[in-house]
Design a protein around this ligand. Structure first.
Ligand code: GLC
Length: 666
């Protein structure tokens, strides 16, 4: 099924867990040649071919027709023309005349031209000519999509499973500045009876944005505070940023430098760049000792009762470097005397903007790895320990992955349940260590659809624990947007309402009739046994939790093209409303299904619908979902938090005569 082809001397990304001997001879699909210093693989595309995959990217479930750039990017402007986001997941499935999968295991920039330059050609270009290509050739005529998806996971390893409480609702906001702010969120949710399992703590909880510190002024007696919340079933989930504040006396800064675990400039001095804390330094996560050392720092917060983390800014985001600032200021100087005419104006603003996440800054720093691992990427001769330096730019996409890995590997050494962990930046392989959220989206209606498309594509890349900021991170949300978004997101494993500093407050209680939101969150809790059980089945069996209809209905031409519905586990299909003021939507049923309407905290209606097209009305305060043919879905009674869900008393929707296998890991 899987064939590996090695070109040049690749860097070992550690994405793959299965030993596969490289094949010699011609490729099963397409041809590869050297081009522009890199490897260029091309393959014809035929009418009707579809391309699934690429994980966290913009646009549809079928990626054909556009070009994408795998290069992890801190990207607050997610639009249809955005080519790079926070993660790089270089796995695609071409489905059609010839169906196969391709994983391009390469740690730096990879361009995917999926019929953009030439509609009948697929072209993948790596920055350097050293890469491993894995081809997945299905053995069966039908079910090839699932077969390829499974083989990819067998190659890259089992997906991360979070603690059960992480399937509860999480309220977050960049802007909770003190224990009092967080207490208000907690108490208000409880007062209104809206279930809640966690509250995220964004950067403001830290002392001067220093990782692994808690500002004692804003959070006096933090340990006791987190214990009080936990007693009531609410966990605090702090953010951890990649950049470590450069400050004399800051323990982890000093320790990192003393141990030589910092990323260095070519000359061997410490690489510095600005992020939230101002001037910062960065641990060399590609060095296993540095990675383990950083991972061990999470203990400071575990000791305070913390059981969950989100890793951020780990592309890494670089707001500025002093070196680049010098260049930018020098360039801007000439605009003092130059007219800001049409070309001048854009050059001027472009120059000013080039301070942020500048590509040249990624060339300035280096990682220490073994010469064996580095392959042709070594930028220096091996030292006495047989280590070499590699330039960050060449291995850029592995940084966030290894930050998360460091934490996860540390957690495994600790007693007790594994903490929740998810990251912004990732690469294939990171799915073994944590989940991802999809970063800084907007309060746009289209971002509900984007979320669905990202969730199914991320599942295909192995990231099962995933979700988007409900209501939108940037911009001001509206009540109807938040309702429609929640009605969809309650089916995604990560169920978190998060928003940016300065935007309209979007906790559910900020809007009229919070009971409408309460009803939706209650449905989520009713579904937790099902969602968790289906998640476990997918994680343990290398299957997909959320997926496009094409994966279960390969032979159905209509189902293959559905881009705005998804299957959730083996029993449920969802079809969100993502247009403002719509009273419902068209839904395609690839088989007869039971339509379930949830309203006012209970099942309001169930109706059998035939296979085919339907216009389904969805009132704003209702959730409508579909139970597949000859299947049933368990529902638990409402509970304030996941720990209080009674898994033994379940009712069912769908075909009551069907069987349902409930799987639980504890
Ligand atoms: C980044 C994160 C966002 C967070 C913010 C402040 O933009 O993506 O979720 O709120 O930083 O920490």
């Amino acid at each position: 099924m899987v064939q590996k082809f090695t070109f040049g001397k690749p860097f070992d990304t550690e994405a793959v867990v299965q030993e596969i001997k490289a094949s010699k001879g011609s490729l099963p699909f397409g041809i590869a040649r050297k081009k522009d210093g890199g490897l260029c693989w091309t393959c014809p595309l035929f009418d009707g071919d579809k391309i699934f995959g690429l994980g966290e990217t913009m646009r549809g479930i079928d990626k054909r027709g556009y070009a994408f750039d795998s290069f992890n990017t801190d990207q607050p402007n997610q639009t249809e023309t955005t080519q790079s986001l926070y993660g790089s997941h270089n796995f695609i499935i071409v489905f059609g005349k010839k169906t196969f999968g391709l994983f391009v295991d390469y740690p730096g920039r990879v361009k995917f031209d999926l019929g953009f330059s030439n509609s009948s050609e697929l072209c993948v270009q790596t920055a350097r000519a050293d890469a491993d290509l894995y081809f997945f050739v299905p053995q069966k005529k039908s079910g090839s999509l699932k077969e390829i998806a499974r083989a990819f996971r067998e190659l890259t390893g089992k997906s991360y499973v979070p603690p059960k409480w992480a399937f509860g609702f999480c309220q977050s906001r960049w802007g909770y500045k003190s224990a009092a702010d967080i207490e208000k969120v907690w108490k208000t949710y409880r007062k209104l009876g809206i279930p809640l399992d966690s509250i995220c703590m964004d950067i403001d909880y830290m002392k001067d944005y220093k990782d692994f510190t808690v500002d004692a002024k804003k959070f006096p007696d933090f340990k006791n505070f987190s214990a009080r919340l936990k007693k009531d079933g609410v966990r605090l989930v702090p953010i951890i940023d990649a950049g470590v504040k450069k400050q004399k006396g800051h323990k982890i800064y000093e320790e990192m430098l003393a141990k030589n675990f910092d990323c260095k400039n070519k000359s061997g001095t410490t690489f510095e760049a600005g992020v939230w804390p101002g001037d910062s330094v960065f641990a060399d996560f590609l060095n296993p000792d540095a990675r383990a050392w950083f991972g061990a720092q999470y203990k400071a917060l575990l000791d305070l009762g913390i059981e969950g983390f989100w890793n951020d800014m780990n592309e890494p985001a670089l707001f500025y470097t002093k070196e680049n600032l010098k260049t930018v200021f020098a360039r801007l100087e000439k605009f003092k005397t130059r007219p800001l005419d049409v070309t001048g104006l854009f050059e001027f603003t472009g120059t000013a903007n080039s301070v942020l996440n500048n590509a040249d800054d990624y060339k300035r720093f280096f990682h220490k790895v073994s010469a064996k691992r580095a392959g042709a990427f070594a930028a220096t001769k091996p030292d006495k320990d047989k280590n070499v330096l590699v330039c960050h730019k060449d291995v850029h996409n592995l940084y966030g992955y290894n930050m998360t890995r460091g934490a996860a590997e540390f957690f495994e050494t600790q007693e007790g349940a594994l903490p929740l962990l998810y990251s912004r930046s990732s690469y294939i392989g990171a799915h073994r260590y944590g989940g991802v959220w999809t970063g800084d989206n907007h309060s746009y209606w289209g971002d509900i659809l984007l979320s669905l498309q990202q969730v199914v594509s991320l599942n295909l890349a192995g990231f099962l624990y995933t979700g988007s900021d409900i209501g939108g991170f940037n911009g001001n949300t509206s009540r109807d947007l938040l309702l429609r978004w929640t009605a969809f997101a309650l089916f995604t494993p990560l169920f978190r309402n998060h928003s940016a500093f300065g935007t309209r407050e979007q906790e559910y209680y900020q809007f009229e009739n919070p009971d409408a939101f309460k009803s939706m969150v209650e449905l989520r809790y009713a579904l937790v046994p099902y969602l968790y059980s289906e998640f476990l089945k997918a994680a343990k069996g290398d299957g997909l939790f959320a997926r496009a209809l094409a994966f279960d209905f390969e032979g159905d031409e209509r189902a293959r093209s559905v881009h705005d519905q998804m299957l959730v586990g083996n029993e449920i299909m969802v079809a969100p409303v993502y247009v403002q003021n719509a009273i419902g939507r068209h839904v395609y049923l690839p088989e007869p299904m039971t339509m379930v309407e949830w309203k006012g905290g209970k099942v309001a209606a169930q109706k059998k619908l035939s296979k085919g097209d339907h216009f389904v009305e969805v009132p704003l305060e209702s959730v409508v979902f579909f139970v597949r043919n000859k299947k049933k879905v368990p529902l638990a009674a409402a509970a304030p938090c996941v720990d209080k869900i009674d898994w033994t008393r379940l009712s069912f929707v769908g075909d009551k005569s069907a069987a349902y296998e409930l799987v639980d890991c504890e």
